[in-house]
Design a protein around this ligand. Structure first.
Ligand code: KG4
Ligand code: ZN
Length: 338
């Protein structure tokens, strides 16, 4: 079975194609992504209207490139992100997927973007055992309990305010590192001292919820630090601020993820979502999982950020799990929960 995945929830138009192997694993046949990131840069963030228009221009050519790369005329099924994401952006991918499903006479599967971020790991690391997933993207920060990829995912906790990726983007902007902020901050931090400034670790006190996160206090602390340096005419040590902020985020995320693995009695932690492309989140997760005897599964950075392959992979699992295809009248759901 060959499945095409279509992703258009934010600023990447992704079309991926995978072959299902029947043992819980998939093989990657095509991974085409067209990004409108450069068009948003001068606004300092994603402009929904521009993203929708860029998807409309890119979706046809990206699909054709994916079919050519996979060397096929048409897939056996098509899976598409219906949410969560930007309303207008989602509509473009869903309309295209419906049109192709009807024209090719193949089944359509409407999927949750967040599940795709977890499922994509099976491409590189094979079938997924029961695990805790730490999902960290631009709009979401969740700890999830995953038993089977085709089954509903249980939410253990999430952020009560900002998503971690959003905090990366806002702090990068504050430091004048430009857009997209996460990768720019990651690279500035390589020159800095992560212990230089003791930024707060939100929601890690003894009476705080075990699996929830809060990043707005950290973001405010960075803003105060920058403001007071400016007021006093001191130079801002950008690499040190970036490294110390990044260390605080990585510390809290990995601490709570390991706690969740212990509490749920599984032995595997899987990372997913754009911000898990971050070098320090990856290295600290590795250090702490090794020390705790936990198996860590981390997709390569290209598969952590948004792409169509993650939707194709989740689609293959859902189809193999016996799900019914979606109706061609299926709607987008910008606020779709996990
Ligand atoms: O999953 P994703 O590509 O899109 C959403 O579903 O939101 O995640 C995008 C987020 C952005 O906030 C971006 O700044 C962050 O992932 N990101 C990073 C890195 N690469 C992407 N954050 C920190 N370090 C990175 N290397
Ligand atoms: Zn995403």
């Amino acid at each position: 079975m060959i499945v095409m995945g279509v992703e258009s929830s934010c600023d990447e138009t992704g079309v991926g194609i995978v072959r299902w192997h029947g043992d819980g694993s998939c093989e990657l046949l095509a991974d085409e992504v067209a990004s409108s990131v450069d068009q948003h840069a001068r606004f300092g963030g994603v402009v929904p209207e521009i993203a929708s228009r860029a998807h409309l221009e890119a979706i046809g050519p990206t699909m054709r490139r994916a079919l050519a790369a996979a060397g096929i005329g048409k897939p056996d099924a098509i899976a598409v992100t219906i949410g969560p994401g930007l309303a207008g952006a989602l509509l473009v991918g869903v309309a295209a997927a419906k049109a192709y499903a009807a024209a090719w006479d193949i089944p359509l599967y409407a999927l949750n973007h967040l599940g795709g971020h977890v499922a994509v790991d099976t491409l590189e690391h094979g079938p997924m055992p029961p695990a805790v997933a730490l999902l960290v993207s631009g709009g979401h920060t969740h700890l999830l309990q995953v038993s089977e990829l085709a089954a509903p995912i249980v939410e253990l906790g999430s952020t009560v305010d900002d998503a971690a990726g959003e905090a990366f983007d806002k702090v990068a902007r504050l430091l004048g590192l430009g857009y997209p902020g996460g990768p720019a901050l990651d690279s500035a931090a390589t020159q800095g001292d992560p212990q230089a400034i003791a930024f707060p670790r939100g929601m890690t006190g003894p009476r705080d919820p075990l699996f929830d996160f809060s990043f707005s206090g950290l973001k405010t602390a960075v803003a105060r630090y920058v403001e007071s340096a400016q007021r006093e005419g001191r130079p801002i040590p950008i690499p040190d601020v970036a490294a110390s902020f990044q260390e605080a985020v990585a510390d809290v995320l990995t601490l709570k993820a390991i706690r969740a693995v212990r509490e749920t009695g599984v032995d595997t932690l899987v990372l997913g979502g754009g911000a898990t492309a971050n070098s320090r989140i990856r290295s600290l997760a590795e250090e702490r999982c090794t020390a705790a005897g936990i198996r860590l599964r981390v997709p390569k950075p290209r598969l952590c950020t948004d792409n169509g392959v993650m939707i194709a992979t989740l689609g293959a699992h859902v189809i193999a799990g016996g799900a019914e295809p979606s109706d061609l009248s299926v709607a987008t759901d910008p606020g779709l929960p996990v």
